[in-house]
Design a protein around this ligand. Structure first.
Ligand SMILES: NC(=O)C1=CN([C@@H]2O[C@H](COP(=O)(O)OP(=O)(O)OC[C@H]3O[C@@H](n4cnc5c(N)ncnc54)[C@H](O)[C@@H]3O)[C@@H](O)[C@H]2O)C=CC1
Ligand SMILES: O=C([O-])C1=[NH+]CCC1
Length: 321
């Protein structure tokens, strides 16, 4: 065996509690907006992010996703390994599990292993917040959450940074979970038993379910509303009525991934108008007075940006000890 001349620095392990403590949501909002701009700039933006690999684990109804990404301008390199097992919910287990592996881009040496469940919850919601900042009415007062799981709660946490909601309406298949979340979010939140009632008149609608067929219908959506469509990340899965998909001004986290992975886009044949990064770069307009929909399937870049912030904060705290 070859002898090593230097000792590798051991990597740190950062669990979900530390992620929640270290990750400042306002910092993440700014960092993510900047990174989306870099992504949609093309090669000069310095982002490398292939469309992820998804391995179906068919006999167990699950998926393993491998999501590497690099931001040259942010000097951040990471890869997430995450599983999606929709049936885990029925067993009382988390439906998304995994870790983000954070590397030093100058040496390729691993610096940290970070809990992916918490990172995914926070960064996905923050991507929707960035989109809502540009695509929703700034005076939005009524938020509708379809789904009452991890993403429903993190979406409320992220969006309330930007909007002063008067009502938070929650629907979930199985009303118990919606009622539980409504109690947790406080007096402005209320559980509803029908999707139509939940979304009627809502300014911002977030679809954060594990549905595989449409739950949100065109005629129920107020003209000028903004929708963050976050679930249905497989080519045969849908959350949104195809009529609605064709009727909205459609924005995406990334064209390539959404055209490959989003059943809502593939099945409806709806055309993506712009990436959110193009709106940020002002190369495409934010048509926020129209009915808009931001389709996200998830970007490695979001994990790269979020874990870089977590690690830098961790290092800063360590240096002061
Ligand atoms: N776009 C992105 O970047 C990301 C998207 N996701 C997706 O967001 C969605 C929500 O994720 P989590 O909140 O973490 O999941 P979760 O398991 O915590 O919650 C799922 C929610 O969907 C409901 N649900 C389950 N099956 C349903 C069905 N057939 N019809 C209607 N509702 C159903 C559950 O009752 C629950 O309220 C999932 O589709 C997930 O894969 C998750 C992470 C990142
Ligand atoms: O981006 C992501 O981490 C995921 N998108 C769908 C399942 C997990």
């Amino acid at each position: 065996m070859a002898t090593m001349t230097t000792q590798k620095v051991p990597f740190v392990f950062i669990d979900e509690h530390e992620v929640e403590r270290l990750l400042d949501k306002r910092d993440l909002l700014v960092a993510m907006e900047t990174a989306f701009g870099h992504f949609s700039e093309g090669p000069s933006g310095g982002v490398v992010q292939p469309v992820r690999t998804m391995v179906p684990v068919q006999d167990h109804g699950g998926f393993l996703a491998s999501m590497p990404g690099y931001s040259q301008k942010g000097q951040a390199l990471a890869t997430k390994l995450v599983t999606l097992y929709p049936n885990n919910g029925k067993k009382g287990l988390p439906t998304h599990n995994g870790y983000v592996f954070v590397f030093d881009p100058s040496t390729g040496i691993i610096k940290a292993v970070v809990d992916a469940e918490s990172v995914t919850a926070i960064r996905t919601a923050m991507a929707s917040a960035v989109a809502s900042k540009h695509l929703a009415n700034p005076k939005s007062k009524v938020l509708a959450l379809l789904g009452a799981g991890v993403q429903a709660e993190s979406h409320y946490d992220a969006l309330r940074i930007l909007f002063d909601f008067e009502q938070i309406r929650i629907w979930s298949r199985g009303s118990e979970r919606a009622e539980k979340l409504a109690r947790k979010l406080g007096p402005k939140a209320k559980a509803f038993s029908s999707v139509q009632e939940t979304v009627q008149g809502a300014d911002i609608i977030c679809t954060v379910t594990l549905a595989t067929s449409p739950v949100l219908m065109k005629d129920w959506v107020k003209p000028g509303a903004h929708i963050n469509a976050v679930g249905a990340t497989r080519p045969t899965w849908q959350e949104i009525d195809p009529e609605l998909m064709r009727h909205v001004v459609l924005y995406a986290d990334t064209r390539d991934a959404c055209n490959k992975e989003s059943g809502d886009i593939i099945i409806s044949k709806a055309q993506i108008f712009a990436e959110i990064g193009e709106v940020i770069n002002k190369t495409k307009p934010a048509q926020w007075q129209e009915t808009t929909l931001f389709k996200s399937v998830g970007m490695a870049l979001e994990d790269v940006v979020a874990t870089n912030l977590v690690y830098e904060k961790f290092k800063l705290e360590k240096s002061k000890m």
